[in-house]
Design a protein around this ligand. Structure first.
Ligand code: SF4
Length: 307
């Protein structure tokens, strides 16, 4: 018996298949109806996964529908202009503009190297631009039903409470692998993520929303719900992320803009943390990431979105 079999056996003291069934039945009855959950077409799923990283799902729905109406196929996205995708991203307040670039580059790579077919293996998915283990598992699960556990913070919190507490947080991943029913990654990952997002929240709603796992949950039986897994996200206001986003936002509404004009727009709209030195650094970074172009031959230099 492995260490993780021990964890399962000691802590839940119940047939694992029963616990799995409770969660899946609950999900089938109560899950929120997002449109990407109604399809197994890998391209719309890829778009939804890239959009929903650290963005509220309710905000993603409209953006996802409009994105797919503009670029309904991976070929059309691969042939798009980066500046159009960036404009779309910033207009829909999807944040983290690099994801827009990665999504388009992923489309180009799939068209060129995979004949336009999104690969179904985790290995190939993880080699695509900007696709890490979480997103690869999500796409493999939701499109092909052959992924591993999608371990976002919500899912880790559910496992920590239900099976924990763990001294070693890497045990969470091992347990996640053990409890996933074979060949059911699509519904299982959806169900775990839904439980973490709607009931087992940082302040859990165990009774208020009748958690399907109450009868076997360690945290519930001990009434001890704290976890080390919910660090506060860094403040957005005054962050370089906010200023980067505003630079892309301003550039998405104009052609080439003299850098001093951009500087004065940002000075009047950004918090006091902003200054011209920071702008120089951010422009350099954005240029190296391929999101903008700086024309240093002009006096003063101008800046624009990468076409
Ligand atoms: S009973 Fe409460 S703490 Fe346990 S899994 Fe459900 S919501 Fe989370």
């Amino acid at each position: 018996m492995s260490k993780y079999d021990d964890i399962l056996h000691n802590f839940i003291n119940i047939d694992l298949s029963l616990v799995q069934d409770h969660l899946i039945e609950w999900y089938q009855l109560h899950h929120r109806k997002f449109p990407w959950r109604e399809t197994t077409d890998a391209y719309p799923i890829l778009v939804s996964e890239v959009m929903s990283q650290q963005t509220q799902l309710t905000r993603v729905v409209t953006a996802w529908e409009e994105f797919l109406s503009i670029w309904p196929s991976i070929e059309l996205l691969a042939n798009s202009h980066l500046s159009d995708v960036l404009k779309f991203w910033t207009t829909h307040r999807l944040g983290y503009n690099r994801r827009a670039r990665f999504l388009r580059e992923t489309a180009i790579e799939i068209v060129h190297n995979f004949n336009g077919e999104i690969p179904n293996s985790l290995d190939s998915l993880q080699k695509l631009p900007g696709i890490g283990p979480y997103t690869a598992n999500a796409i493999a699960s939701f499109a092909f039903n052959n992924g591993g556990p999608t371990l976002d913070t919500n899912v880790k919190r559910v496992i920590y409470r239900f099976f924990g507490p763990f001294e070693n947080l890497s045990d969470i991943e091992q347990v996640a692998n053990q409890i996933m029913p074979p060949n059911h990654s699509r519904i299982w990952n959806n169900a775990m993520m839904e439980l973490g997002a709607t009931i087992c929240k940082p302040n859990p709603l165990c009774d208020l929303k009748s958690c399907p796992w109450r009868n076997h949950c360690n945290a519930y039986s001990n009434q001890e719900f704290s976890t080390p897994l919910s660090p506060r996200p860094p403040s957005f206001k005054g962050s370089t992320r906010q200023i980067r986003g505003e630079i892309i936002n301003i550039l998405s509404k104009t052609d080439a803009l003299p850098v001093p004009d951009l500087d004065s727009k940002l000075t009047s709209s950004m918090p006091p943390e902003y200054n011209s030195d920071l702008l120089s650094k951010l422009l350099h970074t954005l240029e190296s990431e391929g999101l903008i172009q700086i024309n240093k031959l002009k006096e003063p230099p101008t800046v624009q979105l990468h076409p």
